[in-house]
Design a protein around this ligand. Structure first.
Ligand code: CMP
Length: 132
């Protein structure tokens, strides 16, 4: 079954000029980019997108980071896209992410861990509606 998932390249990925290399991985895998745009997220959108983390101690630094520069938002489609993309991006903490994953290969800290992807089909629907 084809699924859609929401993917966002964070300000650190854009600043480090990794957009092309990251998107290449999704295309190489056989996934399709069906929507894409570059934008600077407002504080309001950031707080809504990350509302499940609003009580965490890192919430404020996360919102500040994600609004600190341009991001690339996209909708990625493919067979079991939600779990396939999560596998490709790796664990939240890049120091624990497996080599071969995007965070494992390019990242070294949080919250600047390069990329976000929806963790379920429900989150994907919610996040796609927020951004597109
Ligand atoms: P993301 O997959 O976008 O979802 C929530 C984000 O919060 C996560 O990636 C990180 O950028 C950030 N995050 C998660 N855990 C921590 C943490 N312990 N300290 C700082 N930022 C974090």
């Amino acid at each position: 079954m084809k699924e859609k998932t929401f993917v966002m390249l964070k300000p650190d990925a854009v600043k480090r000029k990794l957009i092309g290399r990251i998107i290449q991985r999704f295309e190489d895998k056989g996934l399709e980019i069906i929507e894409m745009k570059m934008l600077t997220i407002s504080r309001k959108l950031a707080e809504k997108h990350y509302e499940e983390h609003k009580d965490k101690d890192f919430f404020e630094s996360l919102v500040e980071f994600i609004t600190s520069g341009k991001v690339v938002a996209m909708v990625v489609e493919g067979e079991r896209a939600v779990s396939v993309v999560r596998k490709m991006i790796g664990k939240t903490n890049p120091l624990e992410a497996d080599v071969g994953t995007i965070r494992g290969d390019f990242g070294f800290s949080t919250p600047d861990n390069l990329i976000h992807a929806s963790d379920s089909e429900d989150s994907a629907k919610r996040e796609i509606d927020l951004f597109f």
